[in-house]
Design a protein around this ligand. Structure first.
Ligand code: NAD
Ligand code: GLY
Length: 396
């Protein structure tokens, strides 16, 4: 078995001047990728200032904003006004909400719409929504006339801390998640914390799973901070939320800058995702299980499996389980119906993009704050673990 160890990201102590109590200032995080570098602007009024913030990136004062019905209804007018103020001609393309949009038909409809608007490669497409809109729009931008530029305006916690940053774009197929896509970086990311105040609690928790991921994979102190402040982060629009978004973006920007195309270290960002993607495929993509919920359960599975293999202490897996329970996050026992057939879950895991030569690659843990990539994981031990989970939890 080959290991790619996580030797960097040493936990830096989180401020003693408590970031839940000091006033939140706007922050800017640079994603350093040479000619593809860009800034993530995090603030509590970036939506209102979006016209002014994106104008320097536009080749022409004409944009297409791709969004979903929920986001349009809640925040569309603020964005429209921001563009009007700066005399930017904005065409809104409003899609239904939900994971099922990450598919060939919606992709084709968006591309047709852009062609009908006579958009060209110099025009800019804006992804205004959660990770679904971001992934779909980014992929559309990557193939529209061989690539037009795009900007991310993420409106869910998950999208602000993860999916809008780093340039992974994709749609799903019946074979699994994110199997058709491209690495395609945005020109800028504008994250407005204030839009999180309209996000349903279930969606906030789904996003929180990806926040927790950064602590679990490389920053034990951040995990500890989240154990104390997770409830404040989940308030949606708080200083703690802004701090968590900013720190998550810094961690992600650092990892992506080191390994943009995931030849090694970036795979750590997939902690919990191989288990999670299998659960999502098993659930179908109809909203029964959110991506972040699958990641939450998947991260616990990665820790439990690591503990079962003697790679990490049982106590660490238990500590994570306790935090997930306290935060009422998704754990395997909350979704027993998805564990009825361990062989099927194992076969879903076989579709993961990280796998090589038919063998599973997993992100496992040595401890909280120290994840690593393990190649050539034995399918038999995974099946044994999945069977044990399946037998322990009740299927009603
Ligand atoms: P989502 O885009 O489906 O949004 C969740 C729900 O929240 C939707 O119903 C949406 O309409 C609604 N919503 C969005 N903003 C809102 C707001 N401010 N107020 C109220 N409602 C709002 O889901 P998501 O969790 O943001 O993203 C999940 C997707 O992201 C998955 O497809 C996953 O694969 C992908 N993802 C991609 C990456 C990447 O690196 N590209 C990383 C993580 C996840
Ligand atoms: N969300 C995992 C990555 O961007 O690599």
């Amino acid at each position: 078995m080959t290991h790619i160890h996580n030797t960097q990201d040493r936990p830096q102590k989180h401020p003693t001047e408590h970031p839940t109590e000091t006033p939140f200032k706007h922050s800017k995080v640079r994603v350093d990728l040479g000619p593809r570098s860009y800034d993530i602007i995090i603030g509590d009024d970036t939506l209102r200032r979006a016209g002014m913030l994106i104008k320097p990136h536009l080749n022409a004062p004409r944009i297409a904003v791709i969004t979903d019905e929920n986001v349009m209804a809640l925040h569309g007018q603020t964005l429209k006004k921001a563009f009007e103020t700066e005399q930017i001609e904005a065409h809104f393309i409003v899609r239904p909400e939900g994971e099922s949009q990450k598919n060939f038909t919606p992709l084709q409809e968006i591309l047709d719409h852009l062609l009908a608007l006579s958009f060209d490669r110099k025009d800019t497409v804006i992804a205004f929504g959660g990770g679904v809109i971001g992934d779909l729009t980014g992929f559309a931008a990557s193939i529209f006339k061989r690539g037009c530029q795009f900007i991310q305006i993420p409106t869910t916690l998950l999208a602000q801390v993860d999916s809008s940053v780093g340039g992974k774009t994709a749609i799903n197929t019946r074979h699994g998640k994110n199997l058709i896509g491209a690495f395609y970086q945005p020109k800028a990311v504008l994250a407005d914390i204030s839009v999180l105040s309209t996000l349903p609690e279930r969606e906030l928790k789904a996003g929180y799973a990806e926040v927790l991921k950064y602590g679990l994979l490389g920053d034990a102190d951040f995990f500890e901070w989240l154990e104390d402040n997770g409830d404040k982060v989940l308030k949606g629009k708080s200083v703690a939320t802004a701090y968590a978004v900013s720190l998550s973006c810094q961690t992600k920007a650092r990892i992506v800058a080191e390994d943009e195309f995931e030849n090694g270290r970036r795979a750590l960002l997939n902690l919990g995702h191989t288990f999670g993607h299998a659960l999502e495929l098993e659930a179908g993509y109809g909203g029964d299980l959110l991506h972040g919920e699958a990641v939450s359960a998947g991260m616990l599975m990665a820790f439990e499996y690591s503990a079962a293999q003697g790679l990490c202490a049982e106590a660490d897996a238990k500590r994570l389980a306790q935090h997930l329970t306290k935060m009422k996050m998704c754990r395997p026992q909350d979704i027993p119906h998805l564990f009825k057939n361990p062989e099927t879950l194992l076969s879903h895991m076989g579709q993961d993009k990280k796998n090589e030569g038919g063998a599973l690659t997993l992100i496992l843990a040595k401890s909280i704050g120290n994840a690593f990539v393990q190649k050539a994981v034995s399918s038999a031990t995974i099946l044994e673990y999945l069977t044990q989970v399946s037998m322990t939890i009740r299927h009603d």
